[in-house]
Design a protein around this ligand. Structure first.
Ligand code: GTB
Length: 216
């Protein structure tokens, strides 16, 4: 059964691949699973029919037969578990790849998102000058530790896994802010992910949605 994912009809990122359907598209491309995309407006995402799929009214949601899933991490994990290519065969390697997926979502993404959101939305707030250095320091602490751990390795733990996909998906979203420039090995790690044919196909497909929506 061909899975269907949801994505923004008009992504506010203007096709830069920053929305979280990107990591799901990438995972599907890595395992060679064709998929369909249902584009939704912000209004549709808050309607009861959509909330039945995604309780928080967000993209992405995933439907495959009688399975409905939400949360990009859970969706990528499901794809990686069901199809070959994103999780190692040995049980310990598999457990470590899953740990890196959780690390990407629980440890690395929150400080990067908090820093990015504050810089975007809170600049005019009286507390901004005091809070932003703390957020900056938190993001740097996490990236410094990740950078030390990655070192000169190509991927986080042997071959490319869903852990790398999720970690690069998270780091990629912060690339535009310039913060990765201070960590050349992380910047190179993200570039290796972006160079994968599956990433390129996923990126081009989400960009095509934006191009079509802005030309119509
Ligand atoms: N934890 C959930 C997951 O991982 O699936 C989070 C999903 C999520 O944040 N979805 C966002 C969404 O649907 C889109 S990705 N937001 C609409 C809403 O909450 O009403 C976050 C995002 C949004 C916009 C940009 N941008 O414009 O650059 C980038 C990323």
């Amino acid at each position: 059964m061909t899975p269907t994912i949801t994505a923004f009809k008009q992504s506010p990122d203007r096709g830069r691949g920053l929305a979280r359907d990107m990591r799901v598209r990438w995972a599907l491309e890595e395992v060679g699973q064709p998929y369909e995309v249902r584009l939704v407006t912000f209004g549709e995402m808050k309607e009861p029919a959509y909330l039945a799929l995604q309780p928080f009214g967000q993209i992405p949601a995933y439907q495959e037969g009688d399975l409905t899933l939400f949360e990009s991490g859970a969706i990528v994990f499901h794809i990686a578990e069901r199809r070959a290519g994103l999780l190692p065969d040995d049980a310990n390697g598999r457990a470590r790849a899953i740990a890196w997926m959780f690390a990407a979502l629980n440890t690395v993404e929150p400080p990067l998102v908090n820093r990015g959101v504050a810089a975007l939305l809170e600049r005019d707030q009286p507390w901004y000058g005091q809070r932003q250095p703390l957020l900056e320091a938190g993001a740097h602490r996490t990236l410094g530790e990740l950078s030390r751990r990655l070192g000169d390795a190509e991927w986080l733990d042997g071959g490319f896994t869903a852990g790398d996909l999720m970690m690069i998906g998270v780091l990629f979203r912060s690339k535009g802010s310039g913060i990765l420039d201070e960590y050349p090995n992380l910047a190179a790690y993200v570039a290796r992910g972006e160079a994968r044919p599956a990433f390129k196909r996923a990126f081009d497909d989400q960009l095509a949605v934006f191009t079509a929506s802005s030309s119509g």
